[in-house]
Design a protein around this ligand. Sequence first.
Ligand code: NDP
Ligand code: OXD
Length: 307
Amino acid sequence: MSIALIIPDRKLDTVVAALQQQLPDVTIEVWPEISQPAAVEFAVVWKQPAGSVSSLPNLQALQSFGAGVDSILSDTTLPASLPLARIVDPHLTASMLDYLDTVVNYYRLRFDEFGNNQQQQVWKPRSPRKIRHLTVLGLGELGSAAARHFAGLGYSVRGWSGSLRQIDGVQCFAGDDQFADAVAEADLLICLLPLTPATENLLNEVRLAQLKTGAILVNVARGAIVDDEALLAALQTGQLAAACLDVFRIEPLPAQHRFWTTPGILLTPHISAVTNADTAVAQIAENYRRVQAGLPLLNQVDRTRGY
Ligand code: NDP
Ligand code: OXD
């Protein structure tokens, strides 16, 4: 019986060593060198090549190596009945809050403007930008933590999700009908939705126009939730004052993409919350043991909803 790691874009030596320590009697195989495909019962996947999972005939469960599962579910060869779990980790949440704090303060203290002024040797003191109203799209593990965090710092926070949530200090909205109310006051909008057929291109021209003129967009979820052209147009007209983007439709962002050079865009290379190998390994080992014991997985994804 073995575990396969199918994670092409990451060096896995430390993950293998840590997993082997947790599960000393289990064989760990790293794709593409799977010596005994029939022995693999559990696979840890992230951006797996199409067909890699379906080549393992006795697989009983899948574990995402990250919080989002869109890239895993986009594999049309994935066997429909396989349960899938994802990483839910306080370290991931803490890292996301650290990133968001930094971004909110960057804009509040006008570091974007002062950076531009420096290029032109312009000395122009200004008081902080009025960022008082924040809206968080997606109130799951990460979004609800972000909403709570900023409410605790004294911001006026609205949150939007699929079903109505109750979060102390946060005004909650749900569903398409309430989107406009959820974002109406926002000085800064944080996107923490999963990418699914329902959220792809959700932030399009129509929805961006529902924001206040001069709002700031922070997308730390998935690139394809934002319509690239609509975002560029909104920055051009001033509908958006700025956008901080950690995630992109294609990653790495292609060299010729206009996001690299458009004024008002701050880019980071998908680092707002990176899976911590140690905590991920503990969850992977626990879910492997659960499969062996016939118990339900922790943090199982609803494959029909896609998150
Ligand atoms: P969760 O699955 O815990 O939460 C998802 C939230 O989105 C829920 O509140 C859900 O509402 C809401 N939602 C889903 N679909 C819709 C919809 N169509 N309309 C309105 N609300 C919707 O996700 P997490 O908080 O753990 O993570 C969110 C995303 O962040 C991940 O999917 C991933 O893509 C991204 N991420 C990015 C990272 C990075 O480094 N940039 C790191 C980690 C995650 P409800 O449940 O009521 O339906
Ligand atoms: C994740 C991510 O979903 O890194 O964990 O984006």
